[in-house]
Ligand binder design. Structure first.
Ligand code: MN
Length: 132
């Protein structure tokens, strides 16, 4: 038997931190139907940070308007922790005017996507981020 391990199909993990159950369900359905990625979610920022620290996902999708601390503060805390500092983070926000996008990129979001989600564009973006 060939003992060479092929990791090319090993599933990547996506964590979505989002307090809106409608958005959470939509993204979960898209990822579970259209990709092989493992999907994790958290509905509030502190549990999201705990999940990021324990699971070290390959990608984090982050809502901006969250209860308690906002997405920018969550991103900052991820960046301050060496274990999570290199995880790519995509912002998902209803506010996606050019100045929001510029501010998000300057803060360190790898992409800044608007809600409601464009399914094809969303999948293309997450596939691109996870392929690199
Ligand atoms: Mn929200």
């Amino acid at each position: 038997m060939d003992t060479v391990t092929d990791n090319s199909n090993s599933a990547k993990t996506v964590l979505y931190i989002e307090d809106n159950p409608v958005n959470l369900t939509l993204v979960k359905k898209i990822i579970e139907k259209k990709t092989d990625y493992h999907f994790l979610s958290a509905v509030e920022p502190m549990s999201g940070l705990e999940c990021a620290n324990s699971e070290i996902p390959d990608l984090i999708l982050l809502d901006i308007f969250l209860p308690g601390i906002d997405g920018y503060e969550v991103l900052k805390r991820l960046q301050e922790n060496p274990d999570t500092a290199n995880i790519p983070v995509i912002a998902l926000s209803a506010n996606a005017m050019q100045n929001d996008i510029d501010k998000g990129r300057a803060a360190g979001f790898i992409e800044y996507l608007s809600k409601p989600i464009d399914v094809a564009g969303f999948l293309e973006t997450i596939n691109q981020v996870l392929d690199t």
